[in-house]
Design a protein around this ligand. Structure first.
Ligand SMILES: [Zn+2]
Length: 53
């Protein structure tokens, strides 16, 4: 089973969200929990799709 590591909490997940959440506009993969954390009041937040592994 393929998995991908969340950029923020460093755990492995099978469903990841491709997002930007910092001013440098890098695309990173985050898990559901981390996405709801970083998107709060964040002008740099962009959603780039859901990826299943
Ligand atoms: Zn995470």
């Amino acid at each position: 089973m393929r998995k991908k590591e969340c950029e923020k909490c460093k755990k492995d997940f099978r469903i990841m969200f491709r997002v930007q959440y910092t001013a440098d506009k890098n695309w990173v993969f985050l898990c559901t929990d981390c996405v709801s954390e970083v998107k709060r009041d964040n002008e740099d937040y962009r959603y780039g799709g859901t990826w299943k592994y």
